[in-house]
Design a protein around this ligand. Sequence first.
Ligand SMILES: Cc1ncc(C[n+]2csc(CCOP(=O)(O)OP(=O)(O)O)c2C)c(N)n1
Ligand code: SF4
Ligand SMILES: [Mg+2]
Length: 351
Amino acid sequence: MTYIVKPKFHHPDLPKNALGYTHRDYEGSISTLCAGCGHDSISGAIIEACFELDIEPHRVAKLSGIGCSSKTPTYFLGNSHGFNSVHGRMPSVLTGANLANRDLIYLGVSGDGDSASIGLGQFAHALRRGVNMTYIVENNGVYGLTKGQFSATADRGSKSKRGLANTDNAIDLAAMALQLGATFVARSFSGDKAQLVPLIKAAIEHQGAAFIDVISPCVAFNNHTGSTKSFDYVREHNEAVNRLDFISVRTPIIVDYEPGTVEVVEQHDGSKLALKKIAADYDAHDRLGAMSFLQQHAAKGQVVTGLLYVDKEPEDLHGNFNTVGVPLNALGEKDLCPGAAVLERINASLR
Ligand SMILES: Cc1ncc(C[n+]2csc(CCOP(=O)(O)OP(=O)(O)O)c2C)c(N)n1
Ligand code: SF4
Ligand SMILES: [Mg+2]
């Protein structure tokens, strides 16, 4: 545990983004996680993505549950809104906040224990409702914070630090997200910043439920031989389906991939995703195809990473509810309380 406060001073020559902010403006407190924990690399990727997207930190709301992964929002975006909720309950708190103020960028950070065990129902309903958010699971296959018990994402047959084999079947959260109707589904590896940063940027700009499952090795309890969530295992079994470039509306569009192997996907806000197919038969717009691709590779012990699925025309909860464009928390009494005559009309229509 460190109690050292991060110094505010930074070198005057640090690179600045279009808002004049440096990376330091997107950082948080000094991490208290174990040295080498994959979760710290994901925090670094979130900082990089927000810096590159020129996001004003006060426009972000970061929410989490309980666990080492859920502690990480303290270590990034120190100038953003934050809510560290109860174990497994981040999705419902995020949904409520999003309904009250649709103008913020919602970033949900969770663990495999937080989302696949106690919070599985919450995970499922937030995705099926299409809450506009970037939902990141920092997936290490164990309950890191409570000292390394198998989580529900641990593969059957994988070994604990003490050599015990897991006898339960694993939940694949990316496969579930596809089945539940998430409009952006990806998987990445904490050790692959080149893949993870553009995925986070694209997920933030995506106007719907975006889910990223990030394999993030726990160096204290799940990084040994026999684990399928260790650095060595994921490096050896990583099967990337595409290489991704994210091109924001503000940057000039330069795509230098070979013609025929690249697909440029335009999102609602005009930002673009350039997908270079590595697996030639992979189609990132085919939900069913993505589901069977995941299953086929999981059966061979391969970890499929990259953008698995994106819907070019996502729908979100506000669209489905037909809510007003003004955030609900900004409406005045006149709008919120339209009077007895309107209430009478509504009651009459229900009789
Ligand atoms: C209601 C409740 N039940 C159990 C716990 C104990 N607990 C704290 S963190 C945790 C699991 C964390 O695992 P995960 O979400 O995978 O995060 P990690 O630490 O691995 O990043 C558990 C079971 C709790 N804090 N609250
Ligand atoms: S116990 Fe595991 S998950 Fe928690 S900080 Fe240490 S390495 Fe990371
Ligand atoms: Mg975990």
